[in-house]
Each structure stands twice: as structure tokens, then as C-alpha cells.
Design a protein around this ligand. Structure first.
Ligand SMILES: *[C@@H]1O[C@H](CO)[C@@H](O)[C@H](O)[C@H]1NC(C)=O
Ligand SMILES: *[C@@H]1O[C@H](CO)[C@@H](O)[C@H](O)[C@H]1NC(C)=O
Ligand SMILES: *[C@@H]1O[C@H](CO)[C@@H](O)[C@H](O)[C@H]1NC(C)=O
Ligand SMILES: *[C@@H]1O[C@H](CO)[C@@H](O)[C@H](O)[C@H]1NC(C)=O
Ligand SMILES: *[C@@H]1O[C@H](CO)[C@@H](O)[C@H](O)[C@H]1NC(C)=O
Ligand SMILES: *[C@@H]1O[C@H](CO)[C@@H](O)[C@H](O)[C@H]1NC(C)=O
Ligand SMILES: *[C@@H]1O[C@H](CO)[C@@H](O)[C@H](O)[C@H]1NC(C)=O
Length: 362
């Protein structure tokens, strides 16, 4: 029994050995057998700039890094990478990909980095993230996404960096990022966001860097930043903010957060200046570009104010004048009332005396 087992395993070995040798001999003549430049020792297959319109049919199965950038790929079929399941890095940037089939990457369970930047992706199906539970780094920069749905990113359990820069994103649905409690960096800059609604960043408790610059954000819900308990950098420069609420930033319950706010059309009234002065006094918040915040308001010489400038002096003087006037009025009124009372008392005394005298006279 054991003997036959041993013999069959030996036979397997004998059968497998030449196969391995064959594969190796093929792959030594790699650049002829495969359409790409393959470095066997480095486990790299480099297929960049080959004018491919379809995925190459044959790729070494040992490949861990596959570079398909700068080709003409337009679609990725389901299970497209079934011959190269050991991939750890997959570069698909600079193609014309518009269609990602459900489960396009579903067999790549060890994939760490996926670059899909500079393609024509406008939609992601629920199966997009299927099987990508190990992915750490995803770029969808410079595509055509207009909204982010809660079904786009459901299976990303290990993602640390997500780049959505330079799409045309207008709306982010609630729960879009809920699978991403491991995310550390989120790039949403250069999109078309106008408002940030409560709940869109829930579960992002490990997020350290949030890039939101170059959008058209004019309003943040007061609680939208409160789930971001690890946030170290928030870039809101070059948006459409004219005012902010103190509580919006105070709700950032972090150890220390740097906030960038220049390039917004600040409407610097005294209320907003007060908000900024209070923010500057919050020890854990650092307004790095506070000195550079310019206002849309103009001063007497038609020069723009900066947030730091003391332009509430006139208001303060007015307030002071009013206060002093009120105090004087009140004091005067009290004094007058007191005088009146004393006078009345005196008169009363007299009448009382008079009455008495009248009584005694009677
Ligand atoms: C194949 O690769 C070798 C070096 O790895 C190179 O010298 C040779 O020119 C390549 N052949 C072709 C046809 O590209
Ligand atoms: C592929 O080759 C190009 C140059 O031909 C190089 O710039 C690129 O870094 C290579 N890709 C990988 C993954 O090594
Ligand atoms: C790709 O196509 C361009 C333009 O047609 C051509 O100039 C270039 O040589 C092609 N590259 C390859 C690797 O075939
Ligand atoms: C999105 O914003 C860009 C500038 O960042 C602008 O050119 C484009 O017209 C905007 N698109 C829409 C649909 O608002
Ligand atoms: C900026 O926000 C205001 C509302 O506060 C809006 O009326 C205006 O159109 C916005 N401008 C841009 C360029 O988005
Ligand atoms: C403020 O603006 C000046 C001049 O434009 C620039 O040199 C400086 O780096 C800016 N500071 C910050 C914190 O962005
Ligand atoms: C100065 O204020 C005007 C509006 O009165 C605005 O259009 C302009 O952008 C402001 N300049 C700066 C540098 O903020």
C-alpha cells in the first residue's frame, strides 16, 4: 500500500520534473516566447508601450509584477489574469479602459498595488473590488468618475492609499468608504465636489491624509470630519469656501491636525475672524497657512484684506461707544431715580409731618 503510494509519488515527480525544466527553458528565451520583456529572477513582465489592444495571451505564470501601461487596452474581462495569479503589482495606467467586468481582478488575492490611472473609467460595478482583499494601493486618478457609490469599494479590507485625483466627482454617497477602516491616505483633489455631507467619511478612523484641494466645496456639514480620529493633514485649499463654522473643525477629535485653507473666497466679517481666532487657540489644530488667507472684502484703499488683519476695529469702537453710552445712561437713570426717591421721601416726610401737625391741630 505505502509502496504503491511512494511509487506513484515518485512517478509524479518524474513526470513533473521535465515540465518544470521545460517551463524554465521557455522562459529563458523569454523575449521571444512572450510578447513582453520578462525578467525571470525578478518575476517582472514588462509589456509597456506595445500597442496592445488585448491582454497578451501568454505570460510567465511566476510573474509578480506586470506592467501593461501605455497600451491601447479598452476592457478587462472577468478573471482576465487567471494565468498570472501570483501578481503583486499590476500597472494598467495610460490605456483607454472604459469597461471593467465584474470580477476582472477576482483571482488576484495577493495583489498589493493596482494602477488604473489615466483611463476612461466612469463606473465601477460591485464586483470590481471582489478578491482584492489584500490590495494596499489603488489609483483611479485621471478617469471619468462623476459620483462615488456605496457599491464601488466593498471588498477593500486592507487598502491604505486610494487615489481618486482628477476625476469629475460631484457626489459621494454615504457608506462609500465603509470597508476602508485601514485607509491612511485619500486623494479627492481636483474633482467637482461642492458640499461634504455628514457620514461620507464614516469608518475612516485610520485616515491620516485627506486631500480635497481644487474642488468647488462651499459647505461642510458640521459633523463630517468627526469620524477622522487619526487625521494629520487636511487640505482644503483652492475651494469655494466663504465661511466656516467653528464646530466643524473643533469636532476633529485628533491628536494633532494641520489644516490648509488658502485660495478660498473668504468673506471676512467679524464673525469669521472670531471663528479663526478661536480655531488658532485650539491646541491640537494647526492652521498652517493662516497668514496667507486672503479675503474677498476690500479695505478703503481697495486692497484685499487678509484674515489676520484687524479690520474689526471700527466695529469694536462702535461697540465700545454703545457700551459706554448705555452704561452712562443707566448710571444717570439710577442717579436720577435715587434723587427722585430721596426728594419724594423728603416730601412724604413733610406731608406726614403736615398731616400730623394737622391732626394735632385738630
Ligand atoms: C532578448 O533579450 C536579450 C537580453 O535579455 C537581448 O539581447 C535580445 O536582443 C532580445 N531579443 C529580442 C528579439 O528582443
Ligand atoms: C518597464 O520598462 C520601462 C522602460 O522600458 C520602465 O520605465 C518601467 O519602469 C518598467 N516597468 C517595470 C515594472 O519594471
Ligand atoms: C505603436 O504604434 C505607434 C504608432 O502607430 C508606432 O510608432 C510604434 O512603433 C508602435 N510601437 C510598437 C512597440 O509596436
Ligand atoms: C469640474 O471642475 C472642473 C475644474 O476643476 C471644470 O473644468 C469642469 O467644468 C467641472 N465639471 C462640471 C461638470 O462641473
Ligand atoms: C461658490 O459657492 C457659491 C455659493 O456659496 C455659489 O453661488 C457659486 O456658484 C460657487 N462658485 C463656484 C465657482 O462653484
Ligand atoms: C504664503 O504665501 C507666500 C507667498 O505667496 C508663500 O511663499 C508661502 O509659502 C505661503 N505659506 C504657506 C504656508 O503656504
Ligand atoms: C480680492 O477681492 C476680489 C473681490 O472683491 C476678488 O475677486 C479677488 O479674488 C480678491 N483677491 C484675492 C487675492 O483674494
Amino acid at each position: 500500500m505505502t509502496d504503491t503510494k511512494l511509487r506513484t509519488s515518485r512517478m509524479h515527480l518524474l513526470f513533473v520534473l521535465p515540465l518544470v525544466l521545460e517551463v524554465q527553458s521557455i522562459s529563458t528565451s523569454h523575449n521571444i516566447t512572450y510578447d513582453c520583456t520578462c525578467y525571470e529572477e525578478l518575476k517582472i513582465a514588462n509589456c509597456t508601450s506595445r500597442n496592445f489592444t488585448h491582454l497578451p495571451a501568454a505570460l510567465p505564470p511566476f510573474t509578480e509584477q506586470l506592467d501593461l501601461s501605455l497600451n491601447h487596452l479598452s476592457a478587462i474581462r472577468p478573471r482576465a489574469f487567471h494565468t498570472t495569479r501570483r501578481l503583486r503589482i499590476l500597472l494598467l495606467n495610460d490605456n483607454v479602459i472604459a469597461v471593467l467586468a465584474d470580477g476582472a481582478f477576482s483571482l488576484l488575492e495577493g495583489l498589493l498595488r493596482l494602477d488604473l490611472s489615466r483611463n476612461r473609467i466612469s463606473f465601477l460595478s460591485e464586483g470590481f473590488s471582489q478578491g482584492l482583499g489584500s490590495l494596499r494601493d489603488l489609483s483611479l486618478a485621471e478617469n471619468r468618475l462623476t459620483n462615488l457609490d456605496s457599491s464601488f469599494f466593498v471588498h477593500f479590507d486592507a487598502l491604505q492609499r486610494l487615489n481618486l485625483r482628477h476625476n469629475a466627482i460631484e457626489t459621494i454617497k454615504m457608506r462609500t468608504f465603509v470597508s476602508m477602516s485601514t485607509l491612511r491616505q485619500l486623494q479627492l483633489n481636483s474633482n467637482n465636489l461642492t458640499v461634504l455631507k455628514n457620514g461620507i467619511f464614516s469608518m475612516l478612523r485610520n485616515l491620516e491624509v485627506l486631500y480635497l484641494h481644487h474642488n468647488q466645496i462651499h459647505y461642510l456639514d458640521v459633523g463630517v470630519l468627526s469620524p477622522l480620529t487619526s487625521l494629520a493633514l487636511l487640505d482644503l485649499t483652492n475651494n469655494n469656501l466663504s465661511t466656516i463654522q467653528f464646530k466643524t473643525f473643533l469636532s476633529l477629535n485628533t491628536y494633532s491636525t494641520h489644516i490648509m485653507l488658502q485660495g478660498n473666497p473668504w468673506n471676512c466679517d467679524c464673525d469669521l475672524q472670531r471663528v479663526f481666532r478661536k480655531l488658532c487657540n485650539v491646541k491640537r489644530l494647526f492652521l498652517d497657512d493662516y497668514d496667507n488667507l486672503t479675503c474677498v472684502n476690500l479695505d478703503e484703499s481697495h486692497r484685499n484684506y487678509t484674515m489676520k488683519e484687524e479690520f474689526c476695529v471700527a466695529e469694536m469702537v462702535t461697540v465700545l461707544v454703545i457700551t459706554i453710552t448705555v452704561v452712562i445712561t443707566v448710571v444717570a437713570a439710577i442717579v436720577m431715580a435715587e434723587k427722585k426717591r430721596k426728594k419724594k421721601n423728603k416730601e412724604k416726610h413733610w406731608t406726614e409731618v403736615g398731616e400730623l401737625s394737622c391732626a394735632s391741630q385738630d
